[in-house]
Design a protein around this ligand. Structure first.
Ligand SMILES: Cc1cc2nc3c(=O)[nH]c(=O)nc-3n(C[C@H](O)[C@H](O)[C@H](O)COP(=O)(O)OP(=O)(O)OC[C@H]3O[C@@H](n4cnc5c(N)ncnc54)[C@H](O)[C@@H]3O)c2cc1C
Length: 409
């Protein structure tokens, strides 16, 4: 009898992989193990719509009913603690043991901790629905919020907190916000939008100390300034969850190292989503780890196909989005591969920056604008990147030339 498929991590990637196994017609046992109490759910709303809602709710990827209907066993609130690779078994924190034919590790990432004494219950991180509820309870007029880190999650939370009337200070040690992967021109627009909404953004200043007495937090900056807040939200990036894989002797290289088919060094163990690093075909096999919603979805589905023997290589172009106030930012590809930038205006203040490599190849496109203004052109840019196209810079920059025509060329 088949031991079946076991998926550790019931998040975006694990949830999608379980559903994909069934959609692909797999009839053996599928078990999804997760340490959170909920069915798999979407995380992006946690810093956006859910954070400004009066009664935040989970947006489920697959509800308990759907999981039951598809005969996907979901073991929740339990951690996978060890893998016996020889016996093909996973041990759980409740003492039970799950045998597997193929195992998928979709353990995600976890907020990077601020390595500093003085943090207490008023210093929080955001990753889970439980974290979101705890933060939401503090956001209202009259509250002071300090956000440590001018990255996407911190800035989306700043926008949500302002919408709810809280006073917000963002502290960023780098010379500007969104230093990683976002062109300065776009970061400036986001910066200005926050300032216009009343957010105080402090750049170029690291934290010297934090004192949290349980009622308020005092953040002292290296430059001497002191910020007093009712809540400090720390958003300084995320680290892949690799402990289980490392204990099992799998290779870790900025995440659980997998090949183009998302397979680890063990032919029966796969890893996908935020927790893995993989060779990105469109960039000559450069090993990357992505923390992005669509990647987690795509890799969950790809891992499912390959667990069933498809032998299919990863071929997608990275894509990421963020919403703040009425602005939507979208990035396709890896901007740091670019050497020169061409700007294309789309009207209504929306524009796209195309990043070209030395050989003229389009390697990334970063766009910003109101609502969905950049979505269509970013999608076309993504196709050009996938084609490894070398479009003429003048054509990219000209509004008169449709991107679609470049694709056809
Ligand atoms: C607040 C927030 C906002 C975001 N906004 C955006 C956005 O706007 N755009 C975008 O592209 N991306 C966004 N992301 C990123 C996106 O949500 C992630 O890339 C995606 O959730 C990754 O999916 P995953 O399944 O790899 O990991 P996760 O969704 O983190 O799921 C992993 C799950 O595994 C569990 N787990 C770990 N170890 C074990 C174990 N040993 N046993 C059992 N369970 C375990 C974890 O608790 C977790 O539930 C956001 C993320 C957050 C947190």
């Amino acid at each position: 009898m088949a031991r079946g498929m076991v998926i550790v991590g019931a998040g975006e990637c694990g949830g999608r992989a379980a559903l994909a196994l069934r959609d692909l017609g797999y009839e053996g046992p599928v078990t999804l193990v997760g340490d959170e109490p909920h069915p798999p759910y979407e995380r992006p709303p946690l810093s956006k719509d859910a954070m400004v809602s009066d009664a935040p709710e989970i947006r489920a990827i697959a509800s308990d009913e759907v999981l039951a209907e598809k005969s996907i066993r979901h073991i929740h609130s339990v951690q996978a603690v060890a893998i016996d690779r020889e016996a093909h078994k996973v041990r759980l924190s409740d003492g039970s043991v799950l045998p597997y034919d193929k195992l998928l590790l979709a353990t995600g990432s976890t907020p990077r901790k601020l390595p500093m004494p003085g943090l207490g219950r008023r210093c929080v991180y955001l990753r889970t629905f439980a974290d979101a509820l705890a933060i939401r309870a503090h956001l209202r007029a009259g509250r002071r919020v300090a956000i440590v880190g001018g990255g996407f999650i911190g800035l989306e939370l700043a926008a949500a907190a302002r919408k709810l009337g809280a006073a917000v200070t963002v502290i960023e040690a780098q010379p500007r916000i969104l230093m990683r992967g976002v062109p300065a021109e776009i970061a400036e627009i986001i910066h200005d939008a926050h300032v216009a909404e009343g957010v105080d953004i402090l750049c170029c200043d690291g934290i010297a100390s934090i004192a949290d007495d349980g009622n308020e937090v005092r953040v002292t900056l290296a430059g001497g300034r002191e910020i007093v807040a009712d809540l400090a939200i720390i958003g300084i990036g995320a680290v892949p969850v690799t402990g289980l894989a490392a204990e099992a002797g799998l290779v870790i290289d900025n995440g659980i190292a997998v090949d183009a088919e998302l397979r680890t060094g063990d032919p029966d163990i796969f890893a996908a989503g935020d927790c893995c690093s993989f060779p990105l075909a469109v960039y000559g096999g450069r090993r990357v780890r992505l923390e992005a919603w669509r990647n987690a979805q795509e890799q969950g589905a790809l891992a499912a196909r390959n667990m069933l023997g498809a032998g299919e290589a990863h071929a997608a172009v990275p894509w990421f989005w963020s919403d703040q106030y009425g602005l939507s930012l979208q990035i396709a590809g890896l901007a740091d591969e670019g050497r020169s930038i061409v700007r294309r205006d789309l009207g209504d203040g929306a524009f796209i920056l195309f990043h070209l490599a030395e050989d003229g190849r389009l390697v990334a496109a970063s766009g910003i604008g109101p609502g969905n203004a950049v979505a269509r052109d970013i999608r076309l840019a993504e196709m050009l990147i996938a084609k490894r196209a070398q479009p003429a810079p003048e054509a990219l920059g000209s509004q008169a030339i449709k991107l679609k025509s470049l694709l056809a060329a």
